[in-house]
Design a protein around this ligand. Sequence first.
Ligand SMILES: NC(=O)c1ccc[n+]([C@@H]2O[C@H](COP(=O)([O-])OP(=O)(O)OC[C@H]3O[C@@H](n4cnc5c(N)ncnc54)[C@H](O)[C@@H]3O)[C@@H](O)[C@H]2O)c1
Length: 247
Amino acid sequence: MQLENRTVIVTGGAAGIGGAISRVLVRRGAKVVAVDIDAQAGAELETELGDDVAFIQADVGLWETAELAVDAAVRRFGGLSGLVNNAHASRQAAFADLTQEMWDLSFSTGFVATRNFMLAAHPHLAESGGSVVNFGSGAALVGQPTQAAYAAAKEAVRGLSRVVANEWAQEDIRVNVVCPMAMTAGVSEWSKAAPELYQQSLAKVPLGRFGDPETDVAPIVAFLLSDDAKYMTGQTLMADGGANKLY
Ligand SMILES: NC(=O)c1ccc[n+]([C@@H]2O[C@H](COP(=O)([O-])OP(=O)(O)OC[C@H]3O[C@@H](n4cnc5c(N)ncnc54)[C@H](O)[C@@H]3O)[C@@H](O)[C@H]2O)c1
């Protein structure tokens, strides 16, 4: 049990990588506040995890949602020691074709939500010497075409994370970033719709497969939330089978 007596907010925590993170954190002893817009996935998560999870159905892009989640952690579980900013919705289009609506969606759910949840959680993270895990992407690191709105928000998250890691270190709060590559339902659909692009992506992964959300990505997030990572902050960890390297 790596995470006993920890309460962690997981945004987008009902499905995909976030759902896997919620499940793995609970298995390792944590209580989880999962925030997600998908009510059905949230209900399934609650049925599966019982009293160890509190589900909040809301849009992460709104400030009230961050306040609601922090309040739920404190009232239901007595405090807050971890925050995983996993949710991010975006649309793909060539840079010149991106609409204001597409930019707003990516920045509100990716960057603004990450900033808001960090600010709302800060007083409680300072009490507990907490850990924040934010989400970046290999697509942003390499500048994948059609991903301008997504990549810009992801790199804004990484820049913010490095600054806040330095500022909050004196309060013993750590802030790190994970860039995953995982076979979620969305990636699975895409692999069937665009098999050639999928094979091209796969060919770039030295370990030869897309990761499993539960066994390949969530354990790295759990590690960053745990005391095993207590001397690590401001870092980006690639949970991507070796597809991209940071030097
Ligand atoms: N899957 C990959 O290979 C991959 C690669 C690079 C980066 N990422 C990043 O990892 C994270 C998780 O990816 P994923 O593939 O599981 O994504 P996903 O789209 O499958 O799941 C995201 C979850 O967030 C929820 N969500 C979406 N919009 C929301 C909103 N406005 N408010 C609340 N919840 C909302 C969804 O309902 C879903 O449960 C994201 O930050 C993504 O950018 C994923």
